[in-house]
Design a protein around this ligand. Structure first.
Ligand code: SAM
Ligand code: SF4
Length: 335
């Protein structure tokens, strides 16, 4: 499907060039801050086929998207996802500047070489702890060894690895310097993330919420954090840790609003476009791609998304587990 619309520019004159595309809501872990133990996943019939995901991505590329990050759920648990990645990878150097992936790393041992062959050069891997017991409790699965093997495999395959670590009070808060040192020692950047109130989970989120400015103050008692000026359009602030030489990112959606330079949109595995991670408005792209005139319908849907993309998110922590700021889980929109 080819659509020939104009580049995506929202009502605040932000140029949208970055798509996060979720390929599944399913996952082989059950991180306590992300989903409840008994998570209800979507019926497969609601999820876009790999063909539809590819068509959608092509529509976005026609409208000026130059960077796609595949996410989930866990993208690598989707059957045959490599065929989609290969097809998208063929656009790198053409419409696409970059294709990347956010993964929990459990399957990377198996897939790292194939990802590299498809043209992927960087992956984000989520790792919240290096302690096997903490990992098993936090993800409800005893898979730390698999993830560490996955990180090794990714680096051996030639992929640049960036780690994402959610900072959690009473869970990994005092382990964060070890994780940062470990990552920098292996030539990985690491980005710390504040937990966000997305979807109902089994614990009280505010009990686990840790402000990253508190974390940064603690780190500054050990290290010199030199601010870096990097314009990614993303939410992170970056620092070089003088003592390790590595890069540390901080994403603080709750204590530091990051929306002004936002260049991204998110699409769920069911084809719902969320113009803002922190908003409830959505546009149904599945209806568009399944309509009689998919190209025309998709163009119109993307125009609508640009009209409704809000200036900034408005979520705040503290509403408790029964009342999250937004009912959908991060595993739907993929972070
Ligand atoms: N399963 C893959 C993974 O874990 O990397 C990709 C999807 S996951 C939803 C993407 C990122 O969102 C992960 O780094 C995860 O730690 C983060 N995440 C999930 N729920 C979150 C929440 N409520 N607040 C902040 N980050 C969250
Ligand atoms: Fe799965 Fe990623 Fe959510 Fe953890 S954060 S449960 S790995 S989707």
């Amino acid at each position: 499907m080819t659509i020939n619309g104009a580049p995506l520019i929202d009502g605040f004159n932000r140029s949208i060039s970055y798509l996060r595309l979720s390929v599944t809501d399913r996952c082989d872990l059950r991180c306590t801050y992300c989903m409840p133990e008994r998570m209800t996943f979507l019926p497969k019939s609601e999820v876009l086929s790999l063909e539809e995901l590819y068509d959608l991505a092509c529509g976005f590329m026609d409208r000026g998207i130059t960077k796609i990050r595949l996410t989930g759920g866990e993208p690598l648990v989707r059957r045959d996802v490599i065929s989609l990645i290969n097809r998208l990878g063929a656009h790198i150097g053409g419409e696409l500047d970059e294709l990347t992936l956010t993964t929990n790393g459990t399957q990377l041992d198996q897939y790292a070489a194939a990802l590299f062959d498809a043209g992927i050069r960087r992956v984000n891997i989520s790792l919240d702890t290096l302690q096997p017991d903490t990992f098993a409790a936090l993800t409800r699965r005893d898979r730390l060894t698999d993830v560490l093997r996955g990180i090794d495999a990714a680096q051996q395959a030639g992929l640049k690895v960036k780690l994402n670590t959610v900072a959690l009070k009473g869970v990994n808060e005092f382990e964060l310097p070890d994780i940062i040192s470990w990552a920098h020692n292996r030539d990985c950047e690491v980005t710390l993330i504040e937990t966000m109130p997305l979807g109902t989970v089994d614990e009280e989120r505010s009990d686990r919420f840790l402000r990253l400015d508190t974390v940064a103050d603690r780190l500054r008692t050990m290290w010199y954090l030199e601010p870096l000026t990097r314009k990614t359009g993303g939410p992170a602030r970056y620092f070089r840790v003088a003592e390790t030489g590595g890069v540390l990112g901080l994403i603080s959606p709750l204590t530091n609003n990051f929306c002004a330079g936002c260049n991204r949109i998110r699409v769920t595995a069911t084809g719902q476009l969320y113009p803002c991670l922190g908003g409830t408005q959505q546009v149904d792209l599945r209806a568009a791609v399944r309509s009689d005139k998919p190209a025309m319908a998709l163009n119109a849907a993307l125009d609508q998304a640009m009209r409704i993309k809000p200036e900034r998110h408005h979520f705040a922590i503290g509403d408790g587990p029964t009342k999250p700021a937004l009912t959908r889980h991060m595993s739907m929109t993929g972070g």
